[in-house]
Design a protein. Structure first.
Length: 326
């Protein structure tokens, strides 16, 4: 029984011959793009499961609003932005991109069908670009469809303000998230021969960033070693390596541009990512937040894009020099 990769190669050859017979101007890259996108990614069960996971958290939050209840957070982005930022774009979306993107090259190499694929009139660089573009299209369509549905449903439950702002802010943030995580997943897919390793490494990055550091970051921000008056987080400059800090620092940059700043309700959430220092006054019971400007939002964005681009280039050069026959 032919494997998925072998089916793709056979169909690539067949479609290329048919297109030439019919006089249709096409290339192996276009054929491979169609097969990767529509055969490997856009399977009904795969897309439906991904779509449900993307909207599950925000949808539950919307349904939990009691009828007739006047929300303190009338802004849709204040109410759902944090859920989208953490649940959808920090956990679910990166995991989906990793599970779908990491096997694209590694699986072909492991099964041995990459050797047959590169024997076709298509270069290794074209193979990588084609599959990366297919992953980009899948991720963008999945994200835009789920975000659009939530944006349409939310006002039916409660009269929120800033519907358009919510959509634009989260769309822009999702593009940053998608580019970064699909790039590291695809990069590791080019670096590792085993699909398991290509998937586990990006998943490990997600776990460390959004679970382990999320748990210990507040502790590091207020813990001191000996007589040192500088917290551990600053003393060892952990913010340089804190991916979540840089992602949500970029998120703050988007908020500043689209909505003119960060709302008070979001400060409690962003504090957990090291973006603010919290001080509590026991006399007045007031909580004040101080911005931690370790990086500017633009600086964090540049760092994120640079890491993603560097990993893609590294994967490209390793894949280009690799002996596929082994």
């Amino acid at each position: 029984m032919a494997s998925k990769s072998e089916d793709t190669i056979n169909m690539l050859s067949t479609d290329f011959v048919r297109s030439g017979t019919k006089g249709i101007i096409t290339t192996p890259s276009i054929i491979l793009f169609k097969k990767t996108l529509f055969k490997d990614m856009f399977k009904i069960h795969k897309f439906i499961i991904s779509f449900i996971l993307m909207i599950l958290g925000p949808l539950i939050a919307i349904l939990m609003i009691p009828p007739g209840y006047e929300l303190y957070l009338s802004s849709l982005n204040d109410y759902l932005g944090l859920i989208y930022g953490f649940y959808t774009y920090s956990l679910i979306f990166p995991i989906i991109l990793t599970v779908i993107g990491a096997p694209l090259i590694a699986e072909e190499i492991k099964s041995g069908t990459m050797l047959t694929l590169i024997s076709k009139p298509i270069s290794r660089g074209e193979i990588l670009i084609t599959k990366y573009l297919a992953l980009t299209c899948f991720g963008f369509f999945l994200n835009i469809s789920s975000l659009s549905l939530i944006t349409l449903i939310a006002p039916l439950k409660y009269t929120f303000d800033g519907i358009a702002e919510f959509f634009v802010i989260n769309l822009l943030f999702s593009l940053i998230v998608q580019f970064f995580f699909q790039s590291i997943a695809f990069g590791f897919s080019c670096i590792f021969k085993k699909t398991r390793n290509a998937i586990l490494v990006p998943l490990l990055i997600i776990i460390i960033t959004f679970f382990i550091l999320m748990t210990f970051r507040p502790l590091f921000m207020y813990m001191y070693l000996g007589d040192n008056e500088v917290p551990i987080y600053v003393q060892f400059q952990l913010y340089h390596f804190d991916l979540a800090y840089h992602l949500f620092n970029s998120y703050i940059g988007i908020l500043n541009i689209i909505s003119g700043g960060v709302s008070e309700s979001m400060l409690y959430f962003l504090y957990g990512f090291g973006l603010y220092t919290q001080e509590f006054d026991p006399d007045t019971w007031e909580v004040t937040f101080t911005r931690n400007d370790y990086y500017s939002p633009l600086g964090s964005l540049i760092l994120i894009l640079t890491i993603a681009a560097a990993l893609i280039l590294l994967g490209y050069f390793i894949f280009k020099k690799r002996d596929i026959s082994r």
